[in-house]
Design a protein around this ligand. Structure first.
Ligand SMILES: [Zn+2]
Length: 238
């Protein structure tokens, strides 16, 4: 575990060049204002712990910090189903917490937050109850499906996470992971007359999402390799 945590911290200090990009990174991470807590292993072999910024209950992460506001909703089209007389439609549909879509997003976000924040990996066997998940989105964040239908054969749907006051929205769970990490670390801002979020997400840092996603996957892979090396058992979760 100690080595795993050091691996994560070490990786976090050298971002930006893992995909063969330009030599000078455009984003420089800073120490978080909050040191990740030590989680306690529960009797059911999961993890729990809490601080003033987030809590973990049996691998279910709740982010107590937020940068969102209730009025930050989708705009431009109705927030309820409206179908025109010719069959076309263009509206947003709220994705409730219990929806398949919400759960899918929260599983991906929780999985990589566990890797980034705690050096833990979800069991990849699919239905294993030990998976890590974001229990709910931070306060005033809401998930929406934008449905655009021209006719029966031409339809487009995009799922978007709204609420943040820092950027417009997040268009995939992978886009939100590092912004969620920034929330969990106490929302540090750069010093100076024009403070900016010291956040590694695509929108705050200007980095390419492809690079960010690859870094996250590499980090998870290294963690799994380390754990397998420790236990000699690829099915064991640590
Ligand atoms: Zn961000």
């Amino acid at each position: 575990m100690d080595l795993a945590i050091r691996t994560i911290k070490g990786s976090g200090t050298d971002p930006g060049n893992s995909a063969g990009g330009p030599a000078a990174p455009t984003w420089a991470p800073v120490p978080p204002t909050h040191v990740p807590i030590d989680l306690q292993r529960t009797p059911d072999d999961r993890f729990s712990g809490s601080c003033d910024l987030y809590s973990v209950e049996h691998n279910r992460i709740t982010i107590l910090s937020t940068d969102a506001a209730a009025h930050r909703l989708p705009s431009g089209y109705p927030l309820e189903k409206v179908v025109e007389s010719d069959g076309s439609a263009n509206y947003y549909e709220r994705q409730e917490l219990s929806s398949k879509c919400s759960r899918s997003w929260r599983k991906i976000i929780g999985r990589f937050l566990a890797v980034k924040m705690f050096g833990r990996v979800s069991d990849d066997s699919g239905n294993d109850p030990k998976i890590w998940i974001l229990k709910e989105f931070p306060l005033h964040y809401t998930l929406w499906r934008h449905i655009k239908t021209a006719d029966q054969r031409r339809s487009r749907q995009d799922v978007l996470l709204y609420g943040t006051t820092e950027v417009t929205n997040f268009a995939s769970p992978y886009e939100f992971i590092l912004h969620a990490e920034w929330l969990m670390k106490g929302k540090p801002y750069s010093p100076g007359p024009k403070p900016k979020p010291q956040c590694g997400c695509k929108y705050c840092s200007g980095r390419k999402q492809q690079v960010i996603t690859q870094e996250l996957r590499d980090l998870e892979r290294d963690l799994i390799r380390y754990q397998h090396a420790r236990t000699g058992n690829p099915s064991t979760q640590y």
